[in-house]
Ligand binder design. Sequence first.
Ligand code: PRX
Length: 633
Amino acid sequence: MPSPDYLTMHRRSLADPADFWREEAARLHWETAPPTVCDYANPPFVRWFAGGRTNMCFNALDRHLPERADQPALIAISTETDQTISLSYRELHDRVNALAAVLQDHGVGLGDRVLIYLPNIAEGPIAMLACVRIGAIHSVVFGGFAAPSLAIRIDDCQPKVVISCDAGMRGGKVIAYQPLLNEALRLAASKPLAVLLHSRGLVPLELLPGRDFDLDGELTRCAGRTVPVVWVDSTHPSYILYTSGTTGKPKGIVRDTGGWSVALLHTMATIFTGAPGEAFFCTSDIGWQVGHSYGVYGTLMQGMTSILYEGTPVRPDPGIWWKIVEQYRPTLLFTSPTAIRVLRRQDQAFLHQYDTSSLRYLYLAGEPLDEPTSEWIESALGVPVVDNYWQTESGWPILSGFPGCGSLERKLGSPGRASAGYSLTLLNPERGEHGETKGILAIHPPLPPGCFPTLWGDDERFVSTYFAERDGEGRLVYNTFDWATMDDAGFVTILGRADDIINVAGHRLGTREIEEAMSAHPAVAECAVVGVQDEVKGQAVVACVVIKTDHLPADETARLALVTALQREVDLRVGAIARPREIHILAGLPKTRSGKILRRGIRALAEGRDPGDLSTLEDAGVLAQVRDAVTQH
Ligand code: PRX
C-alpha cells in the first residue's frame, strides 16, 4: 500500500477516520473482519475494530511461515554473557508453541495474566508471544526494578504464572533475580500458581517445591507441541505495562489487540519504512514501551528481523553497536538520546572503524533530543535522525518525521508533526520565554487505535488522571502532561514535563515513588525529590531531605553513611535506576503557605536558574538554604 504525502494522510485520518483506519486495518490478518471501525459511544473510552477477531502471535509469526520460515526472526545478542542466539521464524514459532503449551499445562488461559521478569534476552519475546498466542495478558516488568516495585505490580495485575530466570547482567555485574522475586512474592498478597524459572547458568536456582518449576525442563517436555492460536476480539487486552505516575502507585497501561497491531503496521510503513526481510536494531529493553513496540511486535508483524541487545553501549568497547550494525546489516536503528550522548563522549574512531552503510535512518525517542547530539550523530553516521515523541500510554509515536510519506520534513529541535489520528492542541496557552506560544500538549479524543483504552482495573483513574482538563472551547481532551510549543505548520517542540515525572535516560520515574522509598528510612522526617538537567542522562534525581533531630549525623562520615543508606533504600525499593545523584540534608523544605512542597523552586536552584515567583512561599530562609546546598555540590 503506497503511502500518500504527510499532509494528505494526516488530514484524511482526522476528516474521515472510519475510512482511513478501515484501509489501514487491511495490513493485518483478521480471522473475522472487524464489522465496525470506531465505537466511541462512551467517551473517553474508545473501542477500535470491536467484533473483529485476530491474534498478535499469528500476525507476528505464523503469518510469515510460508514465505520466511528460514529468515532470522530474532537475533538476541548479549555482550554481558558473550552469547548470540539467532532464531529463524520457524524456530521462534516452535519455541513459542512449546512455551504456550507449558503455560496451558499450568492452567493459563484466555484473559489470565502472566508476569514476565526477565532481562533483555530471547526468552522475553518468546514468553510475550506465547502469552498472546493463547489470549493471556502479559505484563513485563523491567529487570532493574526492585522487590517492592515488583510486588506492587504483582498485586495489581494478579498473575497466575510468573516467568523469570536466575539472573540479569549489567556492565559485567550479575544481578540475581531469584532473591528479588522471592522477596516480591513474600510482600505481595496475590500469589501466583506457578513460577517458571529459566537458567542462564549465572547463579544456581533453588526451586520451591510445588511453586517453582524449571522452565527449561518444562520446555523440553513440551517440545514439538503445537498450540492453536486463540482468536481474540480486537478489544481484548494483549498486555499491561506499568509506568510511573505522580502518585507512588504505578499505572497499569492496558493495550488492546487489534487497534495497536494496526497502528504498529501503519507506523512501519509511514515512519519506519521497514521492509520485510530487513533487520531492525532496537536497543530498548523489552521492559519498556519501545521494546514492546519495535523490539518485538511491530518488527515481527512486518516480517523483519529483530535485533535484541543485552548490555551497555560501551562494553566491551564503544564500537560494539557499530560492530553489530556491520555484522547484521540492519536498515533501522532505534535508541535513546542518552545512549547517543554517552557514545559522543567516546573516541569517535570506534564509529568509523565499522561499516554502518546498511543504516537508512536512526530513530531516537524517550526524552528531549538536544541539537548538538542530533547533529553529531547525523554527521557521524551519515543518516537522517528521526526524533519521535510518544508515551507508554500511546504505544506508538504521537509526533514524528514521516520518511515513509514521500520526503522527510523536519524542524530542528522538534520531534515533528502529529501522527495519523492525533488531533493536537495546547492547553492554557501562554507566552513562552522567546515569545512563542506554549501550553500543555493535549489530544482531542477519541485517541487513535493502539493508544491505551484504560488503566488496568481502574477506569475511574484513567478518566480522572488523563481527561480532567477541557480545551478553550470546553471540549474534552487527553492530557500528555508535557509542555510544548506548536508552530503554524504543526511542528511541535517538547519543553519538558508539567507534572512530577522525572525522565532519567529515557526512563520515567515518579517523584513520589522515590520520596516514598527514602521516607521508609527511619531517619527521614520529610523529603522532596526533583529531576534536574543532566548532561548525559537528560535528567538526574536530586533529593532534599529533612532528618529527624535524633538521627542527625554527627560528622561528615556519619553524613556520608546516611546518604549511602538513603541511596540504598531507593535501590532496594524502586531500583538502581532511580538512585538520587545528590542528597542534600536540610533543616526544612521550601513550602507554600498551603503546605505544598515547592519542587519547582528546588529544581530551578539546582539548575542554576531563577526560581521565579515565590510569593506563596512560607519561609524564604529555607530556599536560601536549598540554594546553598545545591550550589555547594
Ligand atoms: O515527557 C515525554 C518524554 O517521555 C515521556 C513518555 O515516557 P514513556 O512513557 O517512558 O514513553 C516513552 C516512549 C518513547 C513523554 O511524556 N518523551 C518521549 N519522547 C520524547 C520525549 N520528550 C521529548 N522528545 C521526545 N522525542
